[in-house]
Design a protein around this ligand. Sequence first.
Ligand code: ADP
Length: 245
Amino acid sequence: ALPETALLEIRGLEVAFDGFRALDGVDLTVGRGELRFLIGPNGAGKTTLIDVITGLTRPTGGSVRFEGHDLVGRREHEIVRLGVGRTFQTSVVFEELTVLENIDLAASFRRPLWSLLRRRRGVSEEVTAALETTGLAGLAGSRAGVLSHGQRQWLEIGMLIVQRPRLLLLDEPVAGMSSGERERTGELLTEVARDHTVVVVEHDMDFLRRYASQVTVLHEGRVLTEGSVEQVRADPRVQEIYLGR
Ligand code: ADP
């Protein structure tokens, strides 16, 4: 059998802003089907890393390979088309549209243009599935503008999964959530990770303890260490820079 190739392979990634290195030689490999957590103190470079993978920021050095494609120098929409989906720290839902319409619109991005001209009957299976997975079926007819902060995050995840990305990048999905919403999000991520490769930026340790399997610790633009939550937590350098705060 052929060796299982990594979905995402990052080597020597460097991002310099006016001489300051936000990323300073990052190597990161994410295998298919992984649920990987990316942690590190503020300023570690987590968002910059996601921005580089998705084409928002151009690196000053290094490479990003995704399913054999070199992502460096590609535009954001090309990277989306190759199968990389992300959430932002700021919400991107259409407040005037309903939950269902938001998900349906997101799903339409990957349908061929001619299909928009055909009269559509009912709601597609994938949209129904996304409503179920995100727990938003009961709110399908509600305007997105009335959703709670947590529900909005779940809607964004629903809008991503209907686009069938091969890699999902989630930037602090539980920030600002209540403990009940965090728990629901943890379950949602676990479920989404059954069919997708997911990279989550998060620094809530309690959340990591419950839901993370593999963790990569970024610090000052470099990978400090990687491993299970237990391994990473036991590392004295991690305790010093991260847990001690
Ligand atoms: P994290 O997400 O881990 O908190 P960031 O990736 O946001 O860290 O930031 C890493 C470092 O890069 C920070 O010191 C930040 O101030 C700096 N940085 C990020 N984006 C820019 C930019 N566009 N211009 C200059 N400095 C930036």
